[in-house]
Design a protein around this ligand. Structure first.
Ligand SMILES: C[S@@+](CC[C@H](N)C(=O)[O-])C[C@H]1O[C@@H](n2cnc3c(N)ncnc32)[C@H](O)[C@@H]1O
Length: 362
């Protein structure tokens, strides 16, 4: 293939033939000679991305978006590259910028909707999808709308929303929780443990939604082995740095509990179950993974009356009657249930419960 006549066409042919690296080299040489416009640069960014050169692709699409601020396609391409690089908030900002430049750019609305889905915001995703009813390929839009609808209907927080939220929060989680919100769920669970597990040490402990490890630290002196699981890789990294956990897994706790693995004397969930509405699956999973006489200790926020509900801060609240019924259905005995506030909000203690469930003999 020649490279003087129409490098863009040559590059497109190379990309179509699965030779994105060669396409990138060809277009790179062209641009280095001071030739090629916005389309050449965008094709180069795409080729670099396809060739797995994400950092170079980011550089090229960033530079292009800066050079051509009035070109919606440049912001769109930067958004796509950022999305591929896992930089979700920045990708969302670029898709929004593309739509400000050209409100009819259907691909930007579609990808913005996909990015909102990725961030666990199905309502915002549906709002974007509604702007582009004629989007092609239609089957992609139909599938994404269905995904958003099912996330909306789920009786639990979306894992992608939780991961995104806590990846962001991980930076100053401890300072904000302890300093600003007077967070006390680990200390409360420690007090409840003194009542339901008096004097027991050398325990195999699993920390569900371990976050940065505050509950792990509170229980480390009682542990023979301490494992943790959390949806957020960044929170897990903070927990790892504490050096108190044996195994740390990035996983959804519902799935994790259903897998084959160690049995535990104590399972903890400090301020974690506020991200689950229906607790049937986690109680059944905990019952499976507890040893005989094992205890599941957790905090929740309180709902008056019956059942559970999603609160205005997007945390779920559970009623005492729901907790008792669901525990019984999972074969767990309520050995402790006390009123306990996990934290403050606007300087007011949030009402909640600290609960101890004990595995009934198998
Ligand atoms: C408020 S933080 C509490 C962290 C820690 N337990 C503590 O006491 O500081 C809630 C944690 O639960 C995690 N989480 C929420 N839902 C989860 C799920 N379904 N599976 C695993 N982790 C989850 C979040 O990622 C977050 O790190």
């Amino acid at each position: 293939m020649g490279n003087d006549v129409d490098p863009l066409e040559d590059a497109e042919n190379l990309i179509a033939a699965g030779r994105a690296g060669e396409a990138a080299a060809l277009l790179g040489r062209h641009i280095a000679q001071g030739r090629g416009g916005v389309l050449t640069r965008l094709t180069l960014a795409r080729a670099l991305l396809l060739a797995g050169k994400t950092t170079e692709a980011l550089e090229m699409s960033r530079e292009t978006a800066q050079l051509y601020p009035g070109v919606a396609g440049a912001a769109l391409a930067l958004g796509e590259t950022l999305l591929a690089a896992g930089k979700l908030p920045l990708a969302i900002a670029e898709f929004q910028r593309a739509l400000r430049v050209d409100p009819h750019l259907a691909k930007a609305a579609f990808l913005l909707g996909c990015a909102w889905l990725e961030a666990g915001e199905p309502d915002w995703a549906l709002r974007e999808f509604a702007r582009i009813p004629d989007y092609e390929p239609a089957n992609l839009l139909v599938a994404r709308v269905a995904e958003a609808e099912s996330l909306k209907a789920a009786a639990r927080s979306n894992p992608r929303y939780v991961r995104h939220l806590f990846d962001q929060f991980s930076i100053d989680y401890d300072e904000r929780m302890i300093g600003q919100l007077s967070y006390r769920a680990p200390a409360t669970l420690r007090e409840l443990a003194a009542l339901v597990l008096p004097g027991r040490k050398g325990l195999d402990i699993l920390d569900l939604g371990c976050g940065t490890g505050l509950a792990g630290v509170a229980f480390a002196d009682r542990a023979a082995r301490l494992d943790g699981v959390d949806l957020s890789p960044q929170m897990i990294e903070k927990a790892r740095a504490r050096g108190v956990y044996a195994d740390l897994a990035v996983a959804d706790l519902e799935t994790f509990l259903e897998e084959e693995g160690c049995a535990y004397d104590l399972i903890l969930a400090a301020d974690t179950l506020v991200y689950l509405g229906d607790l049937a699956r986690v109680f059944a999973g905990a019952a499976r993974r507890l040893k005989k006489d094992g205890v599941f200790l957790f905090t929740v926020e309180k709902k008056d009356g019956e059942g559970f509900e999603l609160g205005p801060k997007r945390r779920w609240r559970h009623s005492e009657s729901y907790l008792r019924e669901t525990a019984a259905a999972a074969g767990l005995d309520v050995t402790g249930l006390i009123a306990a506030s996990p934290r403050n909000e606007a300087n007011v203690p949030v009402e909640g419960f600290a609960v101890a469930l004990t595995a009934l003999p198998h």
